[in-house]
Write a protein that binds this ligand. Structure first.
Ligand SMILES: *Cc1c(COP(=O)(O)O)cnc(C)c1O
Length: 410
């Protein structure tokens, strides 16, 4: 792959104009948009407007005058377009962790005789922690069973209330077959919750095409919603009136401003809201989501496949070839937007890369992870990062005490 080949990829990239929609420091190659998406130009302006005009001038009138009140459903409808859901099936609320809890309890209560929650070990731990908490809340002999992905289908039985899986794996980037696993769970009468945190905004997701029941996802990764952006949840229309959120807050009430003493759930997806929406966070998220809607998921997905392919091929043709082990599926359509390699000194290598202005991240015990957000990144950056990784690993330059010191957040 010559420099000219890489330039040709950028010249032919239909999404190249979107790079100007992000604020990124000059000279930095940011391969961590799967952990925290970069600031959007629109989000920066919008936050200033919401703070100075809407909050500053309108004050409490903003709930009506700027439709702060309608924002969770409005932005939810836009996210729905990205994940194959219909309007009214997605709401922006809370964190991914809290949303998983709400849906897990609601799903277990909808399958009262079944004692098992089935999931996979080794995926993003907050999901398993929240399932533990949900099971502790309901008690009654329920238990969490963990099976490696190859054993999920054989562990599905009439005792399974709900299957909880991540669509794309946070370490390996491997994609689970949403359609097949959903159908297998339905065949034994179980519900499925999909965590879309590592797929929304980078992969094509077709929730309704897969007859999905329930899903959650993250706002601050590929949706570029900002640090701690609110998350979202999906409930298929057919389940909305039979599932009830265990966090029955006033914003999910049928008539919140009647201030009644008794809880009565709203119709539709609104019942899965809990408290007052974080207006600043939803405003920034809306700007990130709009970019993905405008670019379109097929083009975004195609570019993610091409960026990751380029990166892997340059690393594997370079001086670090025998020193790094690819931990990500080789087939581009079987992986998400990030690429992981294994190396026993992974932490120090990632620190050495950061010192060279290439930001990726490290996941215990030995994973170097590089996220390829298709909208802010160019092919030239992907190629350059691969060359720098090759240099750092093959030279041993990472072997320095400064690069081994662990910070609180890795
Ligand atoms: C990022 C991520 C989360 C984030 O959860 P928070 O509640 O926002 O901290 C949850 N699940 C998965 C699979 C993730 O990748």
């Amino acid at each position: 792959m010559t420099d000219a080949d890489v330039m040709a990829l950028d010249a032919a990239d239909p999404l190249r104009g979107f790079r100007d929609d992000f604020c990124l420091p000059e000279g930095l190659i940011y391969l961590d948009g799967n952990s925290l998406g970069p600031l959007t130009v629109a989000g920066r302006a919008r936050l200033a407007l919401v703070v100075e005009q809407e909050w500053g001038q309108s004050l409490i009138r903003g709930w009506n005058d700027h439709d702060w009140f309608g924002a969770p459903l409005r932005v939810g409808d836009r996210i729905a377009e990205l994940v194959g859901a219909d309007p009214g099936e997605v709401i922006v609320a809370d964190s991914t962790s809290a949303n998983l809890y709400k849906l897990a309890v609601a799903a277990m209560q909808a399958r009262p005789g079944r004692k098992v929650v089935l999931s996979e070990p080794g995926d993003f731990p907050t999901d398993l922690y929240m399932l533990e908490g949900a099971i502790r809340t309901l008690g009654d002999g329920r238990r969490l069973e963990l099976r490696p992905s190859s054993g999920i289908e054989s562990a599905l039985s009439p005792d399974v209330a709900v299957l909880v899986l991540c669509h794309a794996h946070y370490k390996t980037s491997a994609i689970r077959d949403m359609k097949r696993l959903t159908a297998a769970a339905h065949a034994v009468g179980a519900l499925v919750i999909w965590d879309l945190s590592h797929s929304v905004g980078v992969l094509e997701v077709d929730l309704n095409g897969c007859e999905a029941d329930l899903a959650v996802g993250c706002g601050y990764k590929y949706l570029n919603g900002g640090p701690g952006a609110p998350a979202f949840l999906f409930v298929a229309r057919r389940h909305q009136d039979s599932l009830v959120s265990p966090l029955s807050g006033w914003m999910g009430h049928a008539a919140p401003f009647r201030f009644e003493d008794r809880y009565s759930p709203a119709g539709g997806i609104a019942r899965f809201a809990c408290g007052t929406p974080p207006v600043l966070g939803v405003s920034a998220l809306e700007c990130g989501v709009e970019l993905s809607v405008r670019a379109g998921m097929p083009a975004i997905r195609a570019k993610a496949a091409a960026l990751t392919e380029l990166f892997i091929s340059i690393v594997e043709a370079g001086p670090a070839a025998g020193l790094l082990e690819l931990a990500t599926p080789r087939d581009a359509l079987s992986r998400g937007g990030h690429v992981s390699f294994r190396h026993p000194d992974g932490y120090a290598i990632v620190q050495a890369l950061i010192a060279r202005n290439v930001i990726g991240d490290f996941r215990d015990p030995d994973i170097l992870r590089f996220g390829f957000s298709p909208l802010p990144l160019s092919f030239a950056q992907s190629a350059r990062a691969a060359h720098i990784l090759g240099e750092v690993v093959s030279s041993g330059d990472y072997d320095h005490p400064d690069y081994r010191r662990r910070a609180a957040v890795t």
